[in-house]
Design a protein around this ligand. Sequence first.
Ligand SMILES: [Zn+2]
Length: 227
Amino acid sequence: MRLACVEVAGAREGAAGSGGWCKIEGMVLDSRYGKEESSGAMTRRVFIALSACALGAIGIFRFRKAGAAHAVAAGPPEIVTIVEFSKDGKRIGPVQVPKVVKSDAEWREQLDRTTFDVTRHADTEIAFSGQYDDFRENGLFRCACCKTALFSSETKFDSGTGWPSFWAPIAKENVVETEDRSFGISRTAVACRRCDAHLGHVFDDGPEPTGLRYCMNSAALAFEKFA
Ligand SMILES: [Zn+2]
């Protein structure tokens, strides 16, 4: 199946040659037309592919929240409950920890540019560009900002979308899911519970046993091999 999809004008900074094409679930997409060339029917598979393509477009457009500078609230940080995991991936148990709250300037100093843009300003990395997309080592994927355990290699699968995909977080307590209506698309955004880092989105077209696809940005994750 060959699809015509929406070619996005312009290219992402530092990603010359990426163009407006994306290849999703074995199909070649050109985002200019948004419909199937052969039949014109908008099948669910096409919709999924276009949704994933739209995510790539988001990366190209480099979404930024207006205002940029995030103020750090006065007073002690909120206490949240997360689940800790050992280096060999075993669940240790829930712990109460203060939220990690930093200014944009502090995050910018700690993080590389892509990780800063993705985690602190909800940017999306270009499909197939991240280090954990085609990656099969066994270990934990922690938050790139605060090192909270987020995903295990045991739930990672090859979605073909160009972003690392998991069918479940390592603990539901460690992530926050919120509705995201940016770009006129209703999606569910996923963030780190402890530091609010934007991680990616979750979709309902994943494999069993959950049927979910946590579509994450490699830049938001820090891999730690099982000890
Ligand atoms: Zn975090």
